[in-house]
Design a protein around this ligand. Structure first.
Ligand SMILES: [Fe+2]
Length: 247
């Protein structure tokens, strides 16, 4: 099973070109690459919008992704509005209160999709994650979420925009009690990084918009080549690689 993860599109109004990047054009290029790779699933892990949740942006992205004819899942990031997003993408059945989190079963394995929009998770959602990771009904080792559940050594993001500490700690306790090592795929940091933890591995994926210099405290673009991640799950083996759209 091949999964492609894309994240942090930050699509704005048609005329917007933040940091000189034509994000809509980048997204269309990315879709053309995905069409060639033909994954079994596409996962969009949040921050579809440039600043704030915008139905017009969600509709534009949905039209582009629908053309791929590939099953896909969408998460909400801190620059999204989960209610608007669920409404446009037709997944309101997956809303629990104001949060959009859900489980999908692919080839007998459960995959979890979390909602960390405000930089936090409700206790109801944390309980839900725990019950899935401890359940013996089919395998559950892969989670997708927008924020990394850890401090990642990227000073600009760690100091200003991390998942709030109490929720990192809550997730760490939950992950530690999982039936097997967890693999968390996230975005938000605009940088590709792999972090080994005692409970498993956190994979941070690059943005479709701009990559951030991971070694300075202030915001500094490293480059604006869009990236994406491929995840291949085959039995016990999980392979993953990061790619950039270098023409
Ligand atoms: Fe974000």
């Amino acid at each position: 099973m091949r999964i492609i993860q894309i994240t942090d599109q930050h699509v704005g109004k048609e005329e917007d070109q933040p940091h000189g990047v034509d994000v809509r054009h980048n997204f269309q290029r990315l879709c053309r690459r995905i069409a060639v790779l033909r994954p079994d699933h596409l996962v969009i892990t949040g921050d579809l919008c440039l600043e704030n949740g915008d139905s017009e942006v969600y509709r534009w992205i949905k039209e582009e992704v629908d053309q791929l004819d590939i099953p896909y899942e969408v998460l909400s990031g801190n620059h999204d509005n989960p209610c608007l997003l669920a409404d446009v993408f037709g997944v309101t059945a997956d809303m629990k209160g104001q949060e959009l989190y859900y489980c999908r079963t692919w080839e007998g394995e459960r995959f979890l999709f979390l909602d960390t929009t405000p930089g936090s998770l409700s206790s109801r959602q944390l309980d839900w994650v725990e019950s899935h990771l401890r359940s013996g009904e089919g395998r559950c080792r892969v989670l997708f979420m927008h924020h990394p559940p850890v401090i990642a050594g990227v000073p600009h993001m760690d100091s200003k925009y991390p998942l709030q500490a109490r929720y990192r700690e809550a997730l760490e306790l939950i992950f530690a009690k999982a039936r097997e090592p967890v693999r968390v795929f996230c975005g938000h940091y605009h940088h590709a990084r792999t972090i080994e933890e005692s409970y498993g591995t956190v994979f941070i994926s690059p943005s479709s918009y701009v990559q951030i210099n991971p070694y300075v405290e202030h915001f500094q673009p490293e480059h604006t080549t869009p990236g994406f991640r491929v995840i291949e799950v085959q039995g016990d083996q999980l392979r993953t690689s990061v790619h950039f759209m270098v023409d």
